[in-house]
Design a protein around this ligand. Structure first.
Ligand code: GDP
Length: 536
């Protein structure tokens, strides 16, 4: 490779930061995203993301459904610059009914920001997404939000993160007051105070005054907040005494989390968070492949498909494959190889996505996400490469929690039904399982969110012309049996579980609840069960 190209790729990789926000609905992800974009200059007034959403045309049939319900089904990639950094925010669907896309998006992220509502602490969806981050060993940065409202004690929240997630918290800043009395934060690393001024809904960058510790200029700010200031001093002493030191290696291994307090809505502490985050977050990492970990600065372009989305454009009924770039330089019109089929493809119509608006893209580097028009050949986990052949580790299927028989009451539609189910499975819209009873041929839909069922039914009707019926099954937990059918047969009947097979014919146990699973594990301690499907 020429040294110019090498220099270019190295510089571009070095300045990239890619992350996803994990949170429970209502913690403030949309609000925080807007504020981050505001600093990036990508939008000029917060509120634009929502406004853009509201204005959006019905871009497809099932996006209509998304609009009717006012929720976001699909994830998008938001790209913006700040202080020379190129930031890629992988936006995950925020609604309660989240889907496997949320999990898959984390497969394309280098860092995660865990957003926590100060009044609620850790919530179920955050915990689930946290587990996925841990599987990948992602660095996790915590933002504790809504400090402008009465919430739980900061020490208690820190303790919860440590006790329940097993992460070592390192508070980077500490709040001065809370709720109506939230006045600012103390930055422990830079040893200065940030006092904020409230602006109307924080629609612009918040006015803030930064004063070093020990500077008498803090006095007029602190005087009316004596009580809060004393509490802060006591708590800082405690943190300095018994708390951990910031250890970047541990942060990068996903074992220690830098914690920030703030309020996305009033825009307190968002800039501080962004700047520290950019300093400490990992630049694009080396992804594992069958040729070992691939250096993101290597010359050859490589990447993998982490998400497919159908029919974004009603005129074309097309599909878009989202590719995480893992190395090299991507250029428009480039010819690449498709590892699974061995075919070569010219990538002539790449797109990068900013919110829902498409812009065409000329170049991309590791850590970026590109959208490719998909002629139907891409599947989740597929590798694209230039140069020596390689395949990235696939994206695992995560444990579904909802199950239902999908029935097609109209025999004349059998073929369309089968085709639709197969294509939606390949696309990763839902997992499909089958009964071990040969007389029950109908597919069992297995999903992590209710919305996935609705999307499948809606699309079968609108794209394949098949009206279907769902018969829900009373299970909530699935475990793949790693030892295979023989081990299962040797055990004989397992009480409180039903055995089904996945699309690859591998055995999966379904349980009504976690308690039944625990019981089975106690009864059969040798049985190796996994919440994640072995890669096919
Ligand atoms: P999402 O579901 O996580 O995307 O949450 P949103 O960003 O839509 O926020 C949910 C609600 O919390 C909205 O009513 C926001 O205005 C509110 N909210 C978000 N951040 C803050 C904050 O820092 N303080 C307060 N008081 N409310 C907030």
């Amino acid at each position: 490779m020429t040294s110019d190209l090498h220099h270019e790729i190295t510089q571009e990789v070095k300045r990239r930061r890619n992350f996803a926000i994990i949170s429970h609905p209502d913690a403030g992800k949309t609000t925080l995203t807007e504020k981050l974009l505001l600093y990036g200059g990508a939008i000029h007034e917060a509120g634009a993301v929502k406004a853009r959403r509201a204005q959006r045309q019905a871009t497809s049939d099932w996006m209509e459904m998304e609009q009717q319900r006012g929720i976001s089904i699909t994830s998008t990639v938001l790209q913006f610059e700040y202080q020379g950094y190129q930031i890629n925010l992988l936006d995950t669907p925020g609604h309660q009914d989240f889907s496997e896309d949320t999990y898959r998006t984390l497969a394309a992220a280098d860092n995660a920001v865990m957003l926590v509502d100060a009044a609620k602490g850790l919530e179920p969806q955050t915990r689930k997404l946290f587990e996925v981050c841990q599987l990948r060993g992602l660095p996790i940065f915590t933002f504790i939000n809504k400090l402008d409202r009465p919430g739980r004690e900061p020490l208690e929240l820190i303790d919860e993160i440590e006790q329940e997630l097993g992460l070592i918290p390192y508070p980077v800043n500490w709040p001065l007051g809370m709720g109506d009395r939230f006045r600012g934060v103390y930055d422990r690393l830079r040893q200065n105070f940030h006092f904020f001024e409230r602006t109307t809904h924080g629609s612009r960058a918040a006015a803030e005054t930064v004063i070093p510790l020990g500077d008498p200029a803090i006095d007029p700010y602190i005087e009316p907040y004596r009580l809060e200031y004393n509490q802060l001093k006591d708590e800082l002493e405690l943190l300095d005494g018994v708390g951990a030191e910031l250890d970047l290696d541990l942060v990068h291994q996903g074992k220690m989390t830098p914690v920030f307090f703030g309020s996305a809505m009033t825009n307190f502490g968002v800039r501080l968070f962004l700047e520290h985050f950019l300093t400490y977050a990992l630049p694009p990492v080396a992804y594992k492949s069958d040729r070992g970990a691939i250096d993101p600065t290597q010359e050859h372009f490589t990447g993998f498909v982490f998400k497919l989305q159908a029919n974004m454009d009603p005129k074309h009924r097309d599909r878009v494959a989202f590719v995480r770039v893992c190395s090299g330089k991507f250029e428009k019109d480039m010819t690449v190889s498709h590892a699974r089929t061995g075919k070569t493809i010219r990538l002539s119509r790449p797109q990068k996505l900013f919110a829902q608006g498409r812009e065409s893209l000329e170049t991309a580097y590791a850590g970026d996400v590109i959208g490719l028009n998909n002629p139907g050949m891409f599947a989740i986990g597929d590798t694209l490469y230039v140069g020596p052949k390689l395949e990235y580790e696939g994206i695992p299927c995560f444990s579904p929690e909802l199950f239902a028989y999908l029935r097609n009451p109209n025999p004349s539609k059998f073929k369309s039904f089968q085709k639709g189910v197969n294509e939606l499975r390949e696309e990763g819209a839902v997992q499909i399982m089958y009964s071990t009873d040969e007389s029950k041929r109908e597919p069992i839909l297995a999903a992590v969110g209710q919305l996935q069922f609705e999307v499948v039914q809606f699309r079968l009707l609108h794209e394949y012309g098949v009206e279907t019926r769902l018969d829900p099954l009373p299970y909530t937990v699935a475990r793949w049996v790693l030892d295979g059918w023989e081990a299962l047969a040797a055990i004989g009947r397992i009480f409180n579980a039903v055995t089904v097979k996945d699309s690859w014919g591998r055995p999966v146990l379904l349980f009504k609840n976690e308690w039944n699973l625990q019981q089975t594990m106690a009864d059969h301690p040798k049985l190796r069960l996994s919440a994640i499907a072995p890669l096919a």
